[in-house]
Design a protein around this ligand. Structure first.
Ligand SMILES: Cc1cc2nc3c(=O)[nH]c(=O)nc-3n(C[C@H](O)[C@H](O)[C@H](O)COP(=O)(O)O)c2cc1C
Length: 165
């Protein structure tokens, strides 16, 4: 069975996952609630600090029982920019190597409502703006400072869904 699993802190990833599950009539699980085995998994994971939310714990538990894995990351960064794509490639290489798992990857742009972030995440944004040496990344995070930005794109999700059918 194909199921949709999601890991989201502030809701944008959950919205995408819900939409796909509804359109394809698939079961939907929050990553910590998924218990079944032997499924084809579509995992929607928010990216925080160059890591996919919940993914290590999820794969520690389930990687040897998964039938197939499709990772859909949701983040602020635009992967059409080479330095961002390289950062993501490193992250994905690491996951493939650690879990000896081959998987398809797609990316969706997410959202940040600065006023709703935790204190620690607000600090992290500040840190990213001041410390990063990557100008594109600096700008991407600077544009979210004290603001609500939403780059969610239903058309990109639609294309991913169409490729699945
Ligand atoms: C503290 C913090 C760190 C983040 N780090 C990254 C990152 O490394 N790469 C990225 O593409 N997006 C990053 N983002 C953006 C989130 O991935 C984006 O806001 C996403 O939509 C969050 O998903 P959620 O609403 O489901 O939690 C970060 C956001 C915050 C607040």
């Amino acid at each position: 069975m194909t199921v949709v699993v999601y890991a989201s802190k502030n809701g944008s990833t959950k919205r995408y996952a819900k939409k796909m599950a509804r359109e394809l009539k698939l079961e939907l699980y929050e990553y910590s609630e998924y218990k079944d085995e032997g499924d084809d998994i579509i995992y929607f994971g928010a990216v925080y600090n160059e890591k996919v939310l919940g993914l290590d714990g999820f794969l520690d538990k389930h990687s040897d029982k998964i039938k197939s894995f499709h990772l859909i990351t949701v983040g602020l960064l635009d992967l059409n920019i080479r330095s961002n794509a390289l950062e993501y490639e490193d992250m994905l290489k690491n996951i493939r190597f650690r879990y000896n798992l081959d998987f398809r990857h797609d990316h969706l742009k997410g959202a940040i409502d600065y006023s709703k972030l935790s204190f620690i995440d607000k600090l992290m944004i500040k840190y990213k703006i001041s410390k990063t040496d990557n100008a594109n990344r600096k700008l991407a995070f600077a544009l979210t400072y004290n603001k609500w930005v939403d780059y969610s794109d239903a058309n990109v999700l639609k294309m991913i869904v169409q490729n699945l059918i």
